[in-house]
Design a protein around this ligand. Structure first.
Ligand SMILES: [Zn+2]
Length: 112
């Protein structure tokens, strides 16, 4: 097993764990969002802000999940860890904290 194989196996494990976590978060948020009708929330109701917050969180979790799926796909194709913009390898330190990222730190900064 080469060092690269090892880090890919590690990344895969991390991504799968992350996906499971985000999925359960999303399920909880969706369950809470479904209770809206039970409260009979109307405009100006303070509960509506909590509901809107949950909605925003759920949307973010969905986005996160899509990024994780994309990274897993890249792992399968053998292109994981490569910047989709410049094609250079993404810094291992960056992948360690942002395992689902698809761009290197330089390109990520340029995007802002
Ligand atoms: Zn790049």
């Amino acid at each position: 097993m080469t060092t690269q194989d090892h880090s890919i196996a590690e990344a895969r494990e991390r991504l799968l764990a992350e996906r499971a976590q985000v999925q359960s978060e999303l399920e909880q948020l969706r369950a809470r969002l479904e209770t809206k009708g039970d409260y009979g929330l109307g405009e100006g109701d303070p509960m509506i802000y909590q509901w809107e917050l949950n909605l925003a969180l759920a949307e973010r979790a969905e986005q996160h999940l899509a990024e994780i799926e994309q990274a897993l796909e890249q792992l399968q194709l053998g292109v994981y860890g490569r910047c989709e913009r410049c094609g250079k390898p993404i810094e291992p330190e960056r992948l360690a904290v942002l395992s689902h990222t698809t761009v290197c730190s330089q390109c990520a900064q340029r995007r802002r």
